[in-house]
Design a protein around this ligand. Structure first.
Ligand SMILES: N[C@@H](CCC(=O)N[C@@H](CS)C(=O)NCC(=O)O)C(=O)O
Length: 309
């Protein structure tokens, strides 16, 4: 199997979730540091236009979004399972709370200080979160802090019987689906201790997860990762769900885009199309033939303009 290459940057909570998956599974991987703002000249050829990180590359197969990164790593490395309590469905579903509800309240706090940011970062994030209420963030700050505390209270309650991890004594994906948001708060908000005052169990739990580490990491240049894709061949086989409500034909040229923010679509030939994932084949000048994978949940697939009659 080709080596695991994670495209990411240090400060990202979603990247921290992916790094913690590597840690929990004890994996060895190569790290590409991606710029925090556009342009991302060595990432976009691999993702077909999807701009977010983290992105996992295994040869010529590119996996976008932490949901799918978890799925793929669990499939390829089942030994140290992400689901010690058998929560193979719900652990993914919890992302709708942490990566959306919880994240949105964190985002409001982050946006409320946007006037102090470097102009380049502000413009980039305004473009990324174009539907967010930038002008109203300051007025919503006090409320957002109450919400962040309320999210913390959910975890404190879950841990109240003294268990070490959310579902018991073994850490799993469910823990990683929530801990990255606390990681972000404690790193970035000077008043995080205040917001989570009294939640001693949350703090100890987050530290236990951090102690799992990130696995064995070694750096690789972004250009070398693109070259690794060009030299490899995808191992993905075509597959279509016969019961898919959208019923698109394999081989159709489609646009795939997240339905929340950063909606720039990736365009390619439909190769895999099911309730848990989508994959498209893309031929790029620098990458040769690659296959880009996305989760189905939270992503739209539409026939490209050229295919609509
Ligand atoms: N649903 C995605 C969210 C990823 C995400 O929003 N990543 C942020 C970094 S925290 C990002 O890429 N922002 C845009 C950028 O860095 O250009 C996932 O789970 O991977």
């Amino acid at each position: 199997m080709s080596e695991l290459i994670l495209h990411h940057y240090e400060a990202s909570p979603f990247a921290e979730k992916a790094r913690r998956i590597m840690g929990l599974k004890g994996l060895s991987w190569r790290s590409v540091e991606v710029p925090m703002v556009m342009p991302k000249p060595d990432l976009m050829p691999l993702t077909g236009g999807y701009r977010k990180i983290p992105v996992l590359q295994i040869g010529a197969d590119i996996y976008c979004d932490t949901h799918l990164i978890a799925r793929e790593l669990e499939q390829r490395f089942p030994d140290q399972t992400l689901f010690p309590m058998g929560d193979r469905g719900i652990a993914y579903g919890i992302g709708a709370w942490s990566d959306h509800a919880f994240f949105d309240d964190i985002l409001t706090i982050v946006m409320s200080s946007a006037e102090n940011w470097e102009a380049r970062m502000r413009e980039d994030r305004k473009q990324l979160f174009s539907e967010a209420d930038w002008a109203g963030a300051k007025a919503k700050l006090a409320h957002a802090r109450t919400q962040v505390r309320a999210h913390g209270a959910l975890i404190e309650a879950q841990l109240s019987d003294g268990r070490r991890f959310l579902y018991g004594d073994a850490p799993g994906f469910v823990d990683l689906q929530a801990s990255h948001m606390f990681w972000f708060c404690w790193r970035n908000f000077p008043d995080a201790d205040e917001m989570f005052a009294g939640f001693e169990r949350v703090r100890a739990w987050e530290e236990r997860i951090a102690a799992l580490g990130h696995g064995n990491v070694s750096p690789i240049e972004s250009g070398a990762a693109v070259e690794a894709a060009r030299l490899a061949e995808s191992t993905t086989q075509p597959w279509v769900d016969p019961d898919d409500p959208q019923a698109l034909p394999l081989g159709a040229i489609v646009d795939v885009a997240p339905d929340d923010y950063g909606k720039e679509p990736a365009q390619g030939e439909l190769l895999v199309y099911g309730p848990d994932r989508i994959a498209i084949r893309v031929e790029g000048e620098r990458t040769g033939n690659i296959v880009i994978h996305f989760p189905r949940l939270g992503f739209r697939v539409d026939l490209s303009e050229s295919q609509r009659s």
